[in-house]
Write a new protein. Structure first.
Length: 249
């Protein structure tokens, strides 16, 4: 039979557990009702992150000497070191995969000029007309890799109609001719992708990398600015470049 002291202890523990549960629930409710960050301040923080400068025509530009520029340089340097190590080990059929938007080319000027109110069509048009600037560390990495026999594949979240203009823009920026340029599938889904009626970004990107592996390529690096660019495997190392401007689920 339990002593009075033991019974009291059990009751106290039960009461405290219930109280903590109520407190946790109350805290959760408070978190849901908490006012989100002020949009104006968030935009100002994004501009500061990119080292925003405005030219004489009122156009916005990012600075290489900024938090964004330093993070890009650091991530690309790490990627190059890994690539050099794997090439020295004699890995067969080496390849790199990368995105275009905010990986090879920067959409910040376009977005900042429009106070970050930019739809996908405007970005696609900018890519197709070659008006987005190159992200130079990425370009230099791709050139370095190509000079050492690495295959280069773009797996871009772009519609097929942007292909010609996008490739022309990349050439103008000094990128080497890629070994493949994949675009987001529309109504006709390639047979190597296992999607329903329409692919999600994750299905498209993961499935395309798997397709490249099935063709014998060893994907050493996979570069992107969204987590969905890197999720799903089929690459030895993912390289996440900073991008606080938008989110792709």
């Amino acid at each position: 039979m339990l002593s009075a002291r033991t019974v009291l202890a059990v009751l106290i523990v039960g009461l405290l557990s219930g109280a903590s549960g109520v407190a946790a629930t109350g805290q959760s409710d408070q978190d849901q009702e908490q006012e989100p960050p002020n949009l104006g301040r968030v935009k100002a923080a994004v501009r500061a992150f990119y080292g925003d400068r405005v030219d004489a025509d009122g156009r916005h530009h990012a600075s290489a000497d900024s938090a964004w520029g330093r993070q890009v340089a650091r991530e690309v340097a790490r990627a190059r070191s890994y690539l050099a190590e794997r090439l020295a080990a004699g890995v067969p059929h080496p390849a790199v995969v990368l995105e275009v938007e905010d990986t090879a080319e920067l959409s910040y000027p376009l977005r900042a000029d429009r106070d970050f109110a930019v739809d996908r069509h405007a970005v696609h048009e900018a890519v197709a007309t070659g008006t987005l600037p190159a992200i130079e560390p990425t370009r230099d990495l791709v050139m370095w890799a190509r000079e050492r026999g690495v295959r280069v594949f773009f797996v871009a979240a772009l519609p097929e109609e942007t292909r010609t203009g996008a490739l022309a823009g990349l050439r103008a920026h000094g990128f080497p001719e890629p070994d493949g340029f994949f675009t987001f599938p529309g109504a006709e889904v390639p047979s190597y992708l296992r999607c329903a009626a329409r692919c999600t970004p994750l299905e498209y990107k993961t499935g395309t990398r798997a397709h490249l592996e099935e063709r014998g390529h060893t994907i050493l690096l996979n570069l992107g600015s969204q987590q969905v660019d890197l999720t799903g495997g089929h690459a030895e190392r993912g390289v996440k470049l900073p991008n606080p401007m938008f989110f792709v689920p």
